[in-house]
Design a protein around this ligand. Structure first.
Ligand code: ADP
Ligand code: MG
Length: 343
C-alpha cells in the first residue's frame, strides 16, 4: 500500500492511563476506501477523531500527501466527516444543511454545489424538505452530501449505516458505495460489521483493543489471517484445540492430522488453536474427527452445520440434506489455520 495519500504513523491516544489507540500505522492510497473494522470499544471512533483533528494524539502523526497535519486543527485539515448519528441540524432544511460548510461562497456557486451533491446522493429536488420529514437512510445521505459539499481532501465515516434497520442498510450501503465510487475521494470508514467492511473497503484494517491486528485487501484477511483474533472475527470459523505437528501440519488427536497454515513458525508440539473455515471442512463416512451436529443454519441450498467434537466446535458447509441436528457425524478438514494457544 505504498504511495499513500493519507498516512498514520505510530498514532497513540490514552484516556486515564488506558490506551484507546496504541502505535497505529495506516496507509490509505489516493482515492481508495479504507474500512477500519473492529468490535465495540476497539478504538475506531478515537482513531477517526484523531484523524479529523477533534482530538490530539499523545504520540504519532497524521500525514496528507507526505505533509504532517498533526499540528493543524480540524478546520485547517479540510477533512469531511459523517458522524454515527449524522448530526444534521434539525431546524434547517436539507439544502441549508448541505450548504453549511460552503457558506462563504457566492450564492450561485452554493446553489449549484448543493444541487450537485443532492443529485450525487440520489436526493434531487429534496432541498426544501425538513430533516425530520426524511427517513433514516435519506438523512444518512444528506449527511454525506453535507460532508462532501466543501470538497474535502479526505472523507471520514463513523459507522454510517449502523442506525438503519437491516432492510434499509443493504440498499443504503449500495448507494453509499456508488457515491464514493463517483467522487473517488480518499476515505476512512469505520464499522463493526465485517460484511460492510468487505463490501465498502478497498482495504480493511482490523483493530482490537486499540491495536492494529492486520491490514490488507479483504480476501487476504480471510485467506491469510495474521492472528487468531482476525481469523475468528473475519468470516465464519470453527475452532478446535490441538498441537503443531510440523511447519504446515497440526495434530488434533491420535491419527488425525490436518494440513495447516501457520502465520508464524511454531515448534512441533506447541499447543495450538486451530481455525477451520466451513468450506474447508466436509462430512466423511469414517475417519476424521467424530462429533454431533448441534445446529444447522440454512443459506439456501447449502447450510452451515455446527459440529461439536471433544476438541472444539467445527463448522461445516454442506448441502442442506447432508445432516440434521443430533446426528453423529465424521468431519475431515482440508486445510486449517494454526495459532499459538493462549497461555
Ligand atoms: P469504538 O469506536 O471502536 O467502539 P472508541 O474509540 O469509542 O471505540 O473507544 C475506545 C476506548 O477508549 C474505549 O475503551 C472507550 O471507553 C475509551 N474512550 C473513548 N473515548 C473516551 C473519552 N473521551 N474518555 C475516556 N475514555 C474514552
Ligand atoms: Mg465508535
Amino acid at each position: 500500500m505504498g504511495d499513500a495519500f493519507l498516512e498514520v504513523r505510530d498514532l497513540t491516544k490514552t484516556y486515564g492511563g488506558q490506551a484507546a489507540v496504541e502505535g497505529l500505522d495506516l496507509q490509505v492510497p489516493r482515492g481508495s476506501v479504507l474500512a477500519l473494522l473492529g468490535p465495540s470499544g476497539s478504538g475506531k471512533t478515537t482513531t477517526l477523531r484523531l484523524l479529523a483533528g477533534f482530538e490530539r494524539p499523545d504520540r504519532g502523526r497524521v500525514l496528507v500527501e507526505g505533509r504532517d497535519v498533526t499540528p493543524l486543527g480540524a478546520a485547517a485539515r479540510r477533512f469531511g466527516m459523517v458522524f454515527q448519528h449524522y448530526a444534521l441540524f434539525p431546524h434547517l432544511t436539507v439544502q441549508e444543511n448541505v450548504a453549511f460548510g460552503i457558506a462563504g461562497r457566492p450564492a450561485a456557486d452554493r446553489t449549484a454545489r448543493v444541487e450537485a451533491m443532492l443529485a450525487l446522493v440520489d436526493l434531487p429536488g429534496y432541498g426544501a424538505r425538513a430533516i425530520d420529514a426524511l427517513s433514516g437512510g435519506q438523512q444518512q445521505r444528506v449527511a454525506l452530501a453535507r460532508a462532501l459539499a466543501p470538497e474535502p481532501r479526505v472523507l471520514l465515516l463513523d459507522e454510517p449505516l449502523s442506525n438503519l434497520d437491516p432492510t434499509l442498510r443493504e440498499r443504503t450501503r449500495r448507494e453509499l458505495k456508488a457515491a464514493l465510487d463517483a467522487v473517488g475521494i480518499t476515505t476512512v470508514l469505520v464499522t463493526h460489521e465485517q460484511d460492510e467492511a468487505f463490501a465498502l473497503g478497498d482495504n480493511v484494517a482490523v483493530l482490537h483493543d486499540g491495536v492494529l491486528e492486520q491490514a490488507g485487501v479483504p480476501h487476504e484477511l480471510y485467506d491469510r489471517p495474521a492472528s487468531f483474533f482476525v481469523a475468528t472475527f473475519v468470516g465464519r470459523a470453527g475452532v478446535v484445540r490441538g498441537t503443531v505437528a510440523g511447519s504446515d501440519r497440526v495434530r488434533v488427536a491420535d491419527g488425525v492430522e490436518w494440513s495447516a497454515r501457520l502465520p508464524m513458525p511454531l515448534p512441533e508440539g506447541t499447543p495450538a488453536r486451530i481455525v477451520v473455515r466451513p468450506e474447508a471442512a466436509r462430512f466423511v463416512e469414517r475417519g476424521g474427527v467424530g462429533g454431533v451436529v448441534r445446529d444447522r443454519r440454512y443459506t439456501g441450498a447449502r447450510a452451515f452445520f455446527a459440529v461439536e467434537t471433544e476438541h472444539g466446535t467445527l463448522e461445516v458447509e454442506a448441502p442442506v440434506q447432508a445432516a440434521q441436528a443430533g446426528d453423529r457425524v465424521h468431519v475431515a478438514v482440508d486445510r486449517a489455520h494454526a495459532f499459538r494457544d493462549a497461555p
